[in-house]
Design a protein around this ligand. Structure first.
Ligand SMILES: [Zn+2]
Length: 417
C-alpha cells in the first residue's frame, strides 16, 4: 500500500509543480469588488451576432472562452472575472437573445466570479475587450460572438490551459507520516455540496448549498467538541468548488475520511430519509444514477470541463489503491447508517446505494456521499429546517464515525499481522 501511495504522491507532486506559477499570480493583492451596473449592461443580438455589454464600476482581470457540448449540457461561453459583485442584477435584466439559451452567474471560487451563457448554436468569440473610462475609472466589457460551423467551434473551444485555476495551491504533504486511524484524532473532511453559481436543489426559498454549509458547520462543532476528531471543510463560504477541487482539497488537508453532504430533490419516486452513497461504476438503481449524473452535470454547467483529467498510468495506480480503500468505505457507510438508526432518525428504506459520483473518487481516502434528507420530501424538508433536528443528526453521524474508527483500527491491525 505505502508504495502505491508514494507513487501517487510523486505523480501528484509533479503535476502540482506545474501549477506553482499560477498559484503565485493568484496571491496578488485584491482590489475592492467591482459592481455590475444593470441599467448600462445588456445582451443583444443582430442577425447572427450576439453582443454582451457589461458596465463595471472598475476594471477587473477577466478571461473568456467557449466549451463544447457534453451529454445534455449545451455549448457554452464562459467568462471569469476577478471579484465582481453581482448583487442587484438578474439574468432577465440583461435582456434576451434568441441564440442564448440560458445565462447564470455567481461566485466560482474565493476571489473569482463566473458568468456562463448556454449557446443555442455554435458561436465563437469575435471580439473581447475591456475599456476603462478615463473620467470615472468605470469599465466597459464588450464580448461579441459570431456564427461558426460546428467544426470551427470545436477547433476554437476548450478551457484555457490553466489547471490551477480551480485547484488548491500545492503544498508538500508527507504521506508516509500520515497517522493510522485510531492514532490521534481522525481527520474528517466535510464537503458541503454545491455553492456559488450552483445552488443545488431549491425548495420554499431554501437552497441545498446554504443548508449544507450550515449543517457542515454544525457537524464540525459537534465533532470538534468530542475531542476525537479534527475537521476541515472543502468550502467555508458561498463559492463554487468543482468536484475535482473537492477531492484535491481532501488530499491537501490530509483527510482520513471524506463525507460529502447533500439534500437533493428527486421528482421520480418518493426519495426520503438519510441515504449513504458509495462510489461504483454501475449504479445500484435509477435514482442513484440520476443523482450522480446531476452532480457531474452541475460542474459542466458551471463551466468546468472534467474531460481528460486522469492519465492512464495514474488510473491503474488509483485502481490498486481503491481496492484497499473500498471495503473501508463500505464499513464507513454501514457505521453511519448504524449511528442514524441508533438515534431513530429517518433512514431511507435502502440506506446504502452505489453510483459513479466523481466527488467520491479519491483513491486512498474512504469517501461517502450522505443525502442527509431530500428537499423534495415534505417531512425531510421540515426536519432539515429545524436546528434541533440537525443537532440530533450531527450527533448520530458522530456516533457512526466513532464506531467506524474502532472497527477500522482493529481490522487494519489484522491486515498488518
Ligand atoms: Zn446535491
Amino acid at each position: 500500500m505505502s508504495r502505491i501511495v508514494k507513487v501517487i504522491a510523486a505523480v501528484t507532486l509533479l503535476w502540482a509543480m506545474g501549477l506553482a506559477a499560477v498559484a503565485q499570480a493568484q496571491s496578488a493583492d485584491f482590489n475592492a469588488l467591482a459592481r455590475v451596473d444593470a441599467a448600462q449592461s445588456r445582451l443583444t443580438q443582430v442577425e447572427d451576432r450576439v453582443t454582451l455589454d457589461l458596465a463595471l464600476s472598475q476594471g477587473v482581470p477577466y478571461r473568456a472562452y467557449t466549451l463544447e457540448a457534453a451529454g445534455d449540457v449545451p455549448r457554452r461561453l464562459v467568462l471569469d472575472f476577478r471579484e465582481v459583485d453581482w448583487q442587484g442584477i438578474t439574468p432577465e435584466a440583461l435582456g434576451q437573445a434568441e441564440a442564448i439559451g440560458g445565462l447564470r452567474f455567481g461566485a466560482v471560487r474565493p476571489g473569482w466570479s463566473r458568468m456562463v451563457l448556454d449557446l443555442a448554436r455554435p458561436l465563437v468569440l469575435d471580439q473581447a475587450g475591456l475599456r476603462i473610462l478615463p473620467e470615472s475609472g468605470a469599465a466597459r466589457l464588450r464580448i461579441v460572438l459570431r456564427a461558426a460551423s460546428a467544426e470551427e467551434f470545436a477547433a476554437l473551444s476548450g478551457a484555457p490551459h490553466d489547471p490551477a485555476f480551480d485547484l488548491p495551491a500545492p503544498e508538500p504533504v508527507d504521506r508516509t507520516a500520515r497517522p493510522r486511524v485510531g492514532e490521534g484524532p481522525l481527520v474528517v473532511v466535510l464537503d458541503p455540496g454545491h455553492g456559488g453559481i450552483d445552488p443545488g436543489a431549491e425548495r420554499d426559498g431554501l437552497s441545498e448549498k446554504e443548508l449544507m454549509l450550515t449543517f457542515a458547520r454544525e457537524l464540525q462543532d459537534v465533532l470538534v467538541r468530542d475531542g476525537n476528531f479534527e475537521v476541515v471543510l472543502t468550502r467555508t463560504d458561498d463559492s463554487f468548488v468543482s468536484l475535482d477541487r473537492r477531492v484535491a482539497l481532501a488530499h491537501a488537508m490530509g483527510g482520513q475520511v471524506f463525507i460529502s453532504l447533500h439534500a437533493d430533490a428527486l421528482s421520480e419516486g418518493q426519495a426520503h430519509g438519510a441515504t449513504v452513497h458509495l462510489l461504483s461504476d454501475s449504479a445500484s438503481d435509477a435514482a442513484s444514477a440520476t443523482l450522480a449524473e446531476r452532480h457531474d452535470r452541475d460542474d459542466l454547467l458551471a463551466g468546468i470541463d472534467l474531460t481528460g483529467q486522469d492519465d492512464q498510468v495514474a488510473g491503474i495506480l488509483m485502481d490498486l489503491a481503491r481496492q484497499e480503500t473500498q471495503p473501508r468505505a463500505e464499513r464507513l457507510a454501514q457505521a453511519l447508517v448504524a449511528g442514524i438508526r441508533g438515534a431513530e432518525l429517518p433512514l431511507n428504506s435502502r440506506p446504502v446505494r452505489r453510483a459513479a459520483f466523481s466527488v467520491l473518487k479519491a483513491a486512498d481516502i474512504p469517501s461517502i456521499l450522505l443525502e442527509v434528507g431530500f428537499l423534495s420530501s415534505p417531512r425531510d424538508l421540515k426536519n432539515l429546517r429545524d436546528p434541533a433536528w440537525r443537532l440530533q443528526m450531527a450527533e448520530a453521524i458522530r456516533e457512526g464515525l466513532t464506531l467506524w474508527v474502532a472497527e477500522d483500527a482493529i481490522l487494519s491491525d489484522l491486515v498488518r499481522q
